[in-house]
Design a binder for this molecule. Structure first.
Ligand code: SF4
Ligand code: SF4
Length: 173
């Protein structure tokens, strides 16, 4: 979302292309804050999210957790600039070009899971006590536990029961 750092007052609006390399990377996804895989319930929710194709869960460098949906903004122009720049949403105005994914050499996420196997592997190695509690709760299928590769996991059974509660996602910002 080509956003501008704070600049001195100018007589004419600055050209975004001169202060922000208009790569458009920040305009190609939606990220919403979640509680994250730090409890059994959080792991269960994070697994449910990443079981859906093209949905990821990540932790920012500030330690906050988000669900990530790749999706291009309809206002993103082919040249990487914003088609509604003068009237863009507050979220876009507040986005800081300093350290953004288009200008920073650092990975945009601290950790990121694109599927259940990746989340299971992280739990096993980084959160063994939580991994054990999730095992005891019976929410880790073999490919998440690391017992078998996902491709050969075999029959998965029916989707979850109608009693399953979907998480309430907090809007970002
Ligand atoms: S409104 Fe403009 S700045 Fe905001 S996400 Fe869309 S293209 Fe980017
Ligand atoms: S990711 Fe950064 S450099 Fe790229 S368009 Fe967004 S603010 Fe500009």
């Amino acid at each position: 979302m080509p956003s501008l750092p704070k600049l001195p007052t100018l007589s004419a609006p600055p050209d975004p292309a001169t202060v922000c390399p208009p790569c458009g990377k920040c305009c190609r996804y939606v990220a919403v804050g979640i509680d994250g895989p730090v409890t059994v319930s959080g792991v269960s929710t994070a697994l449910w999210l990443v079981y859906h194709r093209n949905v990821s869960v990540y932790q920012s460098h500030d330690g906050d957790w988000f669900v990530l949906f790749p999706a291009d903004c309809e206002n993103l122009l082919p040249n990487g600039l914003c088609g509604v720049y003068e009237d863009r949403p507050t979220l876009c105005r507040d986005y800081d070009v300093d350290g953004c994914e288009g200008t920073s050499a650092e990975a945009p996420e601290k950790v990121r899971f694109d599927d259940g196997a990746a989340l299971g592997a992280w739990l096993r190695s980084r959160r063994p006590a939580l991994f054990a509690r999730c095992l005891a709760k019976g929410i880790l299928p073999p490919f998440v536990k690391g017992d078998v590769p996902e491709a050969s996991a075999g029959a998965r059974g029916r989707p979850g029961s109608a009693r399953a509660e979907r998480p309430r996602l907090r809007p970002r910002g």
